[in-house]
Design a protein around this ligand. Sequence first.
Ligand SMILES: [Zn+2]
Length: 406
Amino acid sequence: MLIETFIRKQLRLKAHTVTRVEETDECMLVWIDRLGRRLLRCGVCRQRCLEVHDIRKEREWRDLSMRKLVLKLRYCPRRVECPRCGVRVEDFPWAEPWARVTAALSNAVAVLARELSWQGTARHYGLNWKSVATIVKRAVQYGLRHRKRPPVHVIGIDEVSRRKGQVYLTVVYDLERRVLLWVGDDRTEEAVRPFFTKEMGPRRCRTLQVVCMDMWAAYAKLVRQHAPNAQILFDRFHIVKHLNEAVDAVRRELWRRLTSQERTTFKGTRWLLLKNPWNLKDNQKERLSTLVQWNTPLVRAWYLKEAFQLFWTYKQPWRAQQHLSKWIRSAMRSKLEPFKKFAQMLRSHLDGILPWTKIRVSNAAVEGMNNKIKSISHRSFGFRTAENFIAAIYHCCGRLPLPVER
Ligand SMILES: [Zn+2]
């Protein structure tokens, strides 16, 4: 089989044909021409058109490589007279109207960009970073338009920091299907509202049963406004995070007051206190007991933390509630400011904490995906613009369909 025929078949040309193939040192050039008087299609509506208006100057498209040689297609596009759209550039079976690369290459790029950084993907295909960015963003646009939208029942709202905690994005997951639903720039009420109004819409909001999230007023307000039937559940792992932060705050306060000799023994105890006691090694247990003899505030903090964790094990709502109110009372009497604050926070969020005994879901189900987002940011050295970061998140976590090659 001739190489011309092979390429024509690969590109699935019907109204076009390959006239010549030329090999140079760094690439393989493929000239394409119209096949006889076959009808061309309109680039806008894909309708067959009888008349060709004019021939434009030659354009070039990058295609997948042939072994090591870069393949380049060259063709003089026609403008057709479409009965519906007027004079338009024809439809190319090998590429999207705007593209400088073929559909086959852009899909290959999009697939690799799910695994590598955009920079790495660009290097692999000998493209520049900007081309990869354009391809990924187009793929995401296509994917969001064409993805399936089954009813959603349990969602998790979480935040992701960008640029080392300076700026935040909001991510929403379907906790049942474990898929990313939506990404918003920032975590304010206005930034997250479009998830409920645009992505979900009032009809799909009605099927929402549980919304799992951090104790963040903006999120809770939006849920009450747009999905009043949904139960708000404050995420277990966020609550534990706040609890650990309280222990840490007590520890730091104490550290400030220690003498330098006391500090040496005290050093490196942060992890001892955050770890579960049954996971401690013998020497760690010893250091913990030294600590216990020494620092009553820290020990009180540590016992409070351990006692709180029992809450997650209760199966009967009234027992859980009893435990929690006892705990809050003892935290308020502890004379530890961070714990008082934490207890106050719990008290004002009880209606979203107590349902845990009945609905045992948490954002931990999508922790893997959260880590993935962190690694996406990390491998690209933190995206400079939110727009690019958001596109990359959708691309890697949204399970979006890729454009179909014709
Ligand atoms: Zn048309």
